[in-house]
Ligand binder design. Structure first.
Ligand code: NAD
Ligand code: DAU
Length: 340
């Protein structure tokens, strides 16, 4: 029986991870730390809050005193850090908060781990730290040895945090691990990101804004497969190691948007090609052989099934995403897509 701190647990992947833990490790105590930014949603954790093995703290990971007091009270064995500013487009508009949360927040958490002692600190990182790959070299994939080469303030902040995590391992022998995953999709995905944005817009018969020519490629993984991989790394992965996570599922953006239209029975004429993202990464592709060989991990959900399930989830959970579309999101959407 372990006590596990999950930061960023009111967001997309963190909440899915909490539900994964509650289902697969019912004896563990789960402590969620989340300051509920625009991307955090307490209603996502409604079912978890009914479980006596789950507790929620509304705290910013940059708040050293707040974080320390949670560690002092809860005595965690494991810390899994999902808390981050996660959207590339927002990082291009406002880099500062990305540096604060993603780098300094990571430092505050690791300092608390040193002070109070833990068995494992796990940093949830991203394949974006490797930069991008060309479209015409399908033989090239990101391995754990691929040099760090970032494109956006978001990816630079995640890479900086990764280096800090490895430095805390070498300098202070903090028992750390890092995972670098490709693009996730599934339930509770905030509708600023490609797949949920296209589903929600299509349902409203609104234009579907595809950046550039839509040829950029991402390597999509169903969120539950990511959660299972992190759980394996945290319990059985080697200290001080980086593990790439991905399911060999490369898709061009335009093909995904067309698939979503087809599943929903909406016309492709909703698609609009709009001004490209600045510094837009062309292609991501993960080589997951290390985690497969060492920990036996393989993805379980095929993309066609996962996308169907995801679309169904958005169709049956309008009460989750409709409230998000008003307020801050409305202003963001207008600014980002208004004259694009
Ligand atoms: P998200 O934006 O959906 O959720 C982030 C959560 O962190 C929110 O609940 C937010 O309130 C919380 N948060 C933000 N700043 C905080 C702070 N200062 N203190 C406390 N809580 C804070 O993000 P996501 O898509 O679930 O991503 C989670 C993690 O996984 C991130 O670290 C991201 O870099 C990484 N990642 C995401 C993907 C993906 O495809 N979404 C892929 C690989 C890695
Ligand atoms: O690869 C992992 C990363 O995946 C994570 O680290 C990030 O946190 C996560 O946000 C995601 O980053 P991307 O930039 O790849 O995801 P996003 O959903 O923003 O965009 C996916 C692709 O779709 C990208 O090529 C940009 C394009 N796009 C996106 C939006 C929001 C569009 O064409 N139109 C859009 O409106």
């Amino acid at each position: 029986m372990s006590t596990i701190i999950v930061t960023g647990g009111a967001g997309f992947i963190g909440s899915n991870f909490i539900y994964y833990l509650l289902k697969n490790h019912p004896d563990d105590r789960i402590v969620c730390i989340d300051c509920l930014t625009y991307a955090g949603n307490l209603s996502t954790l409604q079912a978890a809050l009914e479980n006596t093995n789950f507790v929620f703290y509304k705290t910013n990971i940059c708040d050293r005193a707040g974080v320390d007091s949670i560690f002092e009270k809860e005595h965690p064995d494991i810390v899994v850090n999902f808390a981050a500013e996660s959207h590339v487009d927002r990082s291009i508009e406002h880099p500062e908060v990305f540096l604060q949360t993603n780098i300094l927040g990571t430092q505050v958490l690791m300092d608390a781990c040193r002070k109070y002692g833990i068995k494992r600190y796990h940093q949830v990182s991203t394949d974006e730290v490797y930069g991008d790959l060309p479209l015409d070299r399908p033989d090239l994939l990101f391995t754990e040895e691929t040099p760090i080469h970032t494109s956006s303030p978001y990816s630079a902040s995640k890479a900086a945090a990764d280096l800090l995590v490895l430095a805390y391992h070498r300098t202070y022998q903090l028992p750390v691990s890092i995972s670098r995953c490709s693009n996730n999709y599934g339930p509770y995905h905030f509708p600023e990101k490609l797949i949920p944005l296209m589903i929600v817009n299509a349902l409203h018969d609104k234009p579907l804004p595809v950046y550039g020519e839509g040829k950029n490629v991402r390597d999509w993984l169903y969120v539950e497969d990511h959660c299972r991989a992190i759980d394996l790394i945290v319990r059985n992965g080697r200290e001080g190691e980086v593990y790439n996570i991905g399911g060999h599922n490369e898709m061009a953006n335009i093909d995904i948007v067309k698939l979503i239209c087809d599943i929903l029975g909406k016309p492709h004429s909703l698609i609009r090609f709009v001004k490209d993202r600045k510094g837009h990464d062309m292609r991501y592709a993960i080589d997951p052989s290390k985690i497969h060989k060492e920990l036996g991990w393989l993805p379980e959900t095929k993309f066609a099934d996962g996308l169907q399930k995801t679309v169904q989830w958005y169709l049956t959970h309008q009460d989750w995403w409709e409230p998000i579309l008003s307020g801050e999101y409305k202003l963001y959407y207008q600014k980002m897509y208004g004259d694009r």
